[in-house]
Design a protein around this ligand. Structure first.
Ligand code: PEP
Length: 281
């Protein structure tokens, strides 16, 4: 996936009618974790009404505490894929943490028969889970969103991406989602979107920014603008090719990360902001 002077391969790939490249921009707004079919439907309808064809839907959630909600797993896949087909969603970013999830997703897609595609997400906690990377790299059915590891060097995370490519899957998007520091940051993670151009310079991968997991709160500046909105614009202005962002129809009812979710009424404004930032890029 690294850039070489003599390499003329294009810096993009097409998947299920959507192009992912270093010159494109796709927004993946959606639920951090699927909690109910009702919320999935409200979310997807809002996306359709706002012209969106991509989303994020967490079924398998890697949680810090074993007592926290772990996601509905394969039980929610039939209605997620069914509803995605109903609302014209072409690509769903969905984290997997184990090989079995890959098979469950493939099986559920087959059962529902809808033309929805899935981008497999490898989360920051699994960036260096090399066996999982090899398994995901060996299949070419699904593209991959690899999140940067939150406590390792950029070079180590880029090597993790090479594990996918070296096994055969080059359809990889690299995700920036903030870094852990011990400096008492006001955000959940130190926003690292200044590295968007760095990753684009060093590699051929499209770069995703995740403002929700970077900022982790709905904190706003005195002008009333949410920090999540500010850093999204910063990421897009830096050249991001994908934005992964949490929304929820009723954040107090969300089972994961409700406090960082944007409200559905904020979706049009969010998309407009992204567009303005993109035009300014
Ligand atoms: C997520 O996107 O749902 C997530 C858990 O992200 P990360 O792996 O970046 O923490």
């Amino acid at each position: 996936l690294g850039r070489h002077k003599d390499d003329s391969r294009p810096a993009y790939f097409d998947y299920n009618g959507v192009r992912f490249g270093q010159d494109t921009l796709n927004v993946f707004a959606g639920l951090c974790a699927v909690d109910s079919a009702e919320h999935v439907e409200i979310m997807l309808r809002a996306l359709r009404d706002n012209g969106q064809v991509c989303t994020r839907m967490g079924a398998y959630k890697p949680r810090t505490s074993p007592y926290a909600f772990q996601g509905h797993g394969k039980n929610c896949l039939p209605y997620v894929f069914e509803l995605a087909g109903k609302y014209g969603i072409k690509v769903i970013a969905m984290e997997i943490t184990h090989e079995s999830h890959l098979h469950e997703i493939g099986e559920a897609l087959h059962q529902t028969g809808n033309p929805t595609g899935v981008m497999l997400q490898i989360g920051t906690r699994n960036t260096q889970n090399f066996e999982l990377l090899k398994i995901v790299g060996r299949q070419q059915r699904f593209p991959v969103l690899l999140k940067r590891g939150f406590g390792i060097t950029l070079d180590e995370s880029l090597n993790a991406a090479e594990y996918l490519a070296s096994e055969g899957n080059r359809n990889v998007v690299f995700g920036l989602r903030g870094m852990k520091t011990n400096m008492g940051d006001p955000h959940r993670n130190l926003v690292d979107f200044a590295h968007v151009p760095v990753v684009k310079r060093l590699t051929r991968m499209p770069v995703c920014v995740d403002p929700s997991h970077s900022v982790g709160t709905r904190a706003a500046s005195p002008d009333g603008i949410l920090d999540i909105m500010h850093v999204t614009a910063q990421g897009v202005l830096a050249g991001a090719n994908m934005v992964l962002v949490d929304f929820h129809p009723a954040p107090p009812q969300a089972l994961v990360d409700g406090p960082q979710a944007l409200l559905l009424k904020e979706l049009p404004h969010f998309l407009e902001d992204v567009q303005v930032a993109r035009e300014a890029y």
